[in-house]
Design a protein around this ligand. Structure first.
Ligand code: B12
Length: 212
């Protein structure tokens, strides 16, 4: 089957909120030789973006949105499991979480899988994480980087809070922000060390920060 058809099927499985179909197309895409990143970016992510637009325009409601998210989670589990295990020596330690008040964690799961596949040790704080917990955990595990995901315009303020706490206490952690409402401009405004637009970019930005 042509790649384009698999992308289309993957997108449709999410829009139709069909977890079984999403898992099935994820497996078939990998078996056909597509990389996990390829089918995720060109298929599933397109689907969940379309779902977001349908929700925003009032053509889709919360229960369907939740089912689409569940289908996305199923696909993500399969593609993440197929990512190759990273280098044996660790490149660094990253503490990551979705900020307080926010339960969106699909993107974060992808970022974690990419970081691990690229040789990072990752501590996942989960979602709805209070600002202080990012700092406490980074101190506990001796992390170099704190990564924060926020998907709501209201919760992105929490990213600002964590960056401020790190700076005011003079802590050595590099801070990286991501999630749909975050931008490079936002990162500059709050004084974060980096903004990443997707998981791949996240790895590149963290590589660059630690190379400095
Ligand atoms: C799925 C989804 C949900 C699911 C989440 C399930 C889950 N377990 O995550 C559910 C149904 C629970 C949900 C709930 C809500 N949602 Co919602 N949701 C979405 C949706 C459709 C997709 C998000 C997603 O998974 N995207 C796919 C992933 C792969 O992309 P991503 O998260 O952006 O992550 C990538 C990059 O951003 C980056 N990245 C992300 N984080 C980080 C962090 C670091 C460190 C790095 C390096 C990179 C990085 O890398 C990732 C991988 O490439 C978005 C629409 C959208 N446009 O985003 C709305 C959206 C975010 N939701 C929205 C809303 C309003 C809500 C609710 C308030 C709805 C309600 N009335 O209750 C609640 C809020 C709950 C809460 N308190 O958090 C709005 C937000 C509007 C706003 N401006 O604030 C959106 C934009 C929809 C819309 N267009 O209206 N939602």
């Amino acid at each position: 089957m042509a790649n384009e058809e698999l992308y289309k099927e993957a997108c449709e499985a999410i829009v139709n909120a069909d977890r079984a179909a999403a898992e099935d197309v994820a497996r078939r895409a990998l078996a056909a030789g597509l990389t996990p990143g390829d089918i995720m970016q060109n298929g599933f992510v397109k689907g969940i973006q379309e779902v977001g637009e349908l929700f925003e325009s009032g053509e889709m409601f919360l229960p369907e949105l939740m089912m689409a998210a569940d289908a996305m989670a199923g696909a993500t589990e399969i593609t993440n499991a197929a990512l190759e295990v990273g280098e044996q020596t660790t490149k660094g330690s990253v503490v990551i979480g979705t900020v307080q008040g926010d339960v969106h964690d699909i993107g974060k799961a992808i970022v974690i899988a990419y970081l691990k596949a690229n040789g990072y040790e990752v501590t996942d704080l989960g979602r709805d994480v209070p600002a202080q917990s990012f700092i406490d955990k980074a101190q506990e595990v001796g992390a170099q980087v704190i990564g924060m995901s926020a998907l709501l315009t209201t919760t992105m303020e929490e990213q600002k809070k964590v960056v401020k706490m790190v700076k005011e206490a003079g802590l050595p952690y590099k801070t990286v922000v991501g999630g749909a409402p975050a931008t490079q401009r936002w990162a500059d405004q709050i004084g974060a060390d980096a903004y990443a637009e997707d998981a791949n970019d996240g790895v590149k930005k963290i590589d660059a920060l630690l190379a400095k």
